[in-house]
Design a protein around this ligand. Sequence first.
Ligand code: ZN
Length: 251
Amino acid sequence: MRGRGPRPASSVPAPTVPSLPMSLPMSTPRARTITAASVVAAVEAQWGRACGACGARLIGHDVVIGLLMGQADAPRCTACLARALGDDVALFRTRARASVQRLGCYRAGWVHSDRRLARAGAWPEERWPRTLRLDADEDDDEVSATDAPSCAAPTCDDTTRQDASDPALAPTARFDAGDMGCGDLVLELRMRLQPLAPGDVLLVRATDPGAPGDLPAWCRVTHHTLVHHEHPLYWIRRRDDAPAPPTTQRP
Ligand SMILES: [Zn+2]
């Protein structure tokens, strides 16, 4: 299994890293728990389990998206997650693919799932469109620290960007993630946004060179809004509704 691999520390623009304003309480990152290997392990452990909402058998891609959405302990299929967010299922899948492409740890799980489906001999097109594969371009699209994220979804930062001096950007909470990267960073963000009220802004400082790509990608799929960013600072507005997965199947 191959991922993007560690990024060279030399790509960090050392002299221009501002610190967070100190007017809000700050906590420190937890221990790192998400790695490419742990995502792949979760894929293997949960593949074939029943969706907690509709009972459909999960495939690996469902598991990867569920991890991104914070559903690790109560896995649900992608269709149920999309419905819980009020999203069109096909659009949600496409958005998730675009995001996972940027998030190395999760991408590893997606590619692993692609390969497992491919090895099965007959691709279950009706269950999961083949066009969502990522394994074919696995080796040729290394994400650069300075890549501008593509903007394909309505919650993308580029369509909602505001000026940092806008009073609406006054953060409710802040989080100094240091150089935490990829999987752990987005896991932390999910946990820190969860207790906030809809519309609250979390100011994040993330020095990882992948953050300029990772954070917009994660916001796009989770429906939180990256309202402004000046790396390494990111202003994330909590979405209106947490995904409240249904307990029964919807029509
Ligand atoms: Zn389901």
